[in-house]
Design a binder for this molecule. Structure first.
Ligand code: TNX
Length: 532
């Protein structure tokens, strides 16, 4: 596989000038197999059609909608036989074993994408999106590429390494409007990520409407870190996010962070506090000072809160997962923490969802069967982080890896302190700044001793937003480092423990950069990448 992958990526950079005009072509994440073929490029024209039936037609329509805007062509989605100017999408059980697997063949006789299921067809369209000139991202149809809408003649066989490949957005410390979230979903889908984890609640704000507890988004949503104003998603807003994500085969994983990180809720409802007094709203940067009350005197209110909130959130969630937090409960005694985690995870499991918690929750030996642990310590585990993480597997669950020193995208880039961000954006606590190369050069199976490949559900890149208040700052921190995490989650591990090919990654990233430019993403042009 390694040899194939290296051949693949060299070919990907080599093919460009000759087969795709002046555009640089490269695919991120690197496909399992990529081969240039000899038939000559495909050109999308005014005559082109998408040929697809049933579910495949739905996937074709999502891509066609974007392509129509960029090209100004009609690009109808039709049934029947595909011709040489057409793009055919078909469900075919022979195209792979994984629901996200796909094959793509392009050339003078058309484009054919095949997959055993709709998710794979969609992933294939995102490969096609990257193979097309970057102008395919434009929303104004103002500029056709000089070379035409060319797709190089190629053959791709592809499937993901891990089932869960996530991006986490902290909308609690700063609120991000629906449109920003939709933009983010479209961009992570381009990288074949399939999870958007929304960190919806924290000390500084509660961001999701809960009918049974209206003050959560009354008092609880009025604040943010730094006093930058509040905000929340109504149920209709949230449904729009979920639907837009579903069209891109992205699962939204809602997180209600419990029992710590709860000041927004504690400020909205006195009865959730042990002393019966609502806390003051909080707009600072500290963590670990708030907690739900474990005392039996508050059990009725607390358990009703858990059941109502997790029940309503689960009802808004078509996907299988519900994240209940569990991190940094430094203001909760150990006995109270274990009691609350038992009640929280039981309430979560009672909704029918699979519960996810940050790795601290592994302290509990009473986790519902299958509970997933999200590891956030460093690439080399400290203290008891590895032990706590293994506890999920011992209880029948699996693990998502988000090592903070490589995958936390709110960590500064190395040259930021006096850079264009004026030092205000980004944190340093996770072993200092994080380079693109650090985000790229870690191996999931080597992080937590004791985890087998099959224990790893996947990887996720969180972005916490204490210091990130605008979509521009968010884009700057997330891109391009999220591309590294996406490749680690999707592409095969290099054989024999070899290092990933950084030169190939950089070259392909330069190509991705042209797409990000066309999308208007304010990504950071880190050094070492031959940006166009
Ligand atoms: C740690 S690690 C947190 C968040 C902060 C973040 C800042 C973890 C699960 N929680 O509460 O926002 O650091 O980088």
């Amino acid at each position: 596989v390694a040899a194939a992958l290296i051949g693949t990526t060299l070919a990907l950079t080599g093919c460009t000038a000759q087969q795709n005009g002046d555009a640089v072509t490269g695919i991120i994440p690197a496909p399992v197999e990529f081969e240039l073929t000899g038939s000559g490029p495909f050109t999308l024209t005014e005559e082109s059609r998408f040929v697809a039936d049933g579910e495949a037609a739905t996937v074709a329509e999502t891509f066609a909608a974007q392509a129509r805007i960029a090209t100004g062509f009609d690009l109808p989605v039709v049934g029947g036989e595909a011709g040489a100017s057409d793009l055919a999408l078909a469900i075919d059980p022979a195209a792979g074993d994984d629901p996200e697997a796909y094959t793509l063949d392009s050339g003078a006789d058309g484009v054919r994408i095949a997959a055993p299921a709709a998710p794979g067809l969609f992933r294939g369209t995102q490969t096609l999106r990257q193979l097309l000139p970057a102008e395919i991202e434009r929303t104004d149809a103002a500029r056709a590429p000089a070379e035409g809408w060319i797709v190089p003649a190629a053959s791709v066989v592809d499937a993901p390494r891990f089932a869960y490949r996530g991006s986490m957005l902290d909308v609690a410390r700063h609120f991000f409007p629906v449109e920003d979230v939709l933009d983010h979903i479209d961009r992570i889908a381009l990288l074949k990520l399939n999870v958007l984890h929304l960190h919806l609640t924290d000390d500084q704000g509660w961001r999701l409407q809960i009918d049974a507890w209206p003050e959560l988004t009354g008092i609880g949503a009025s604040t943010s870190t730094g006093g930058d104003g509040g905000g929340f998603y109504s149920k209709a807003d949230y449904a729009r996010i979920v639907e837009y994500a579903a069209e891109r085969f992205v699962n939204v994983v809602p997180e209600i962070d419990l029992p710590g990180h709860t000041n927004a809720a504690l400020s909205a409802y006195p009865e959730l506090n042990c002393d019966g007094v609502a806390t003051k709203p909080y707009e600072g940067l500290e963590v670990g000072f708030s907690s739900l009350c474990a005392s039996p005197e508050r059990a009725v209110a607390t358990d009703r809160f858990l059941a109502d909130v997790l029940g309503e959130v689960a009802a808004m969630t078509p996907g299988p997962w519900l994240h209940v937090g569990g991190d940094e409960s430094l203001a909760t005694s150990e006995a109270d923490y274990l009691d609350l985690v038992r009640r929280i995870t039981a309430a979560g499991a009672a909704t029918g969802k699979t519960v996810i918690g940050w790795h601290e929750m592994g302290a509990s030996r009473e986790l519902p069967e299958g509970t997933v642990g999200q590891y956030w310590d460093f690439v080399t585990p400290r203290d008891d982080a590895a032990e706590l993480t293994n506890s999920f597997v011992e209880q029948g669950g699996s693990v998502i890896l988000s090592p903070a020193d490589v995958a936390y995208l709110d960590m500064k880039y190395p040259d930021d302190p006096d850079g264009p961000l004026g030092g205000k954006v980004g944190q340093l606590w996770a072993d200092g700044p994080t380079t693109l190369e650090e985000s790229y050069s870690w191996e999931p199976s080597a992080v937590v001793p004791g985890l087998a490949e099959s224990d790893i559900l996947g990887v996720e890149a969180p972005v916490w937003t204490e210091t990130i208040a605008t979509a521009t700052d968010l884009e700057f921190m997330v891109f391009p480092r999220i591309a590294a995490i996406a490749e680690i989650g999707w592409s095969p591990a290099p054989a024999g423990g070899a290092a990933r090919d950084e030169a190939s990654f950089h070259a392909r990233l330069a190509s991705l950069g042209t797409h990000l430019d066309a999308l208007g993403v304010a990504y950071r042009k880190v050094g070492g990448v031959p940006w166009a």
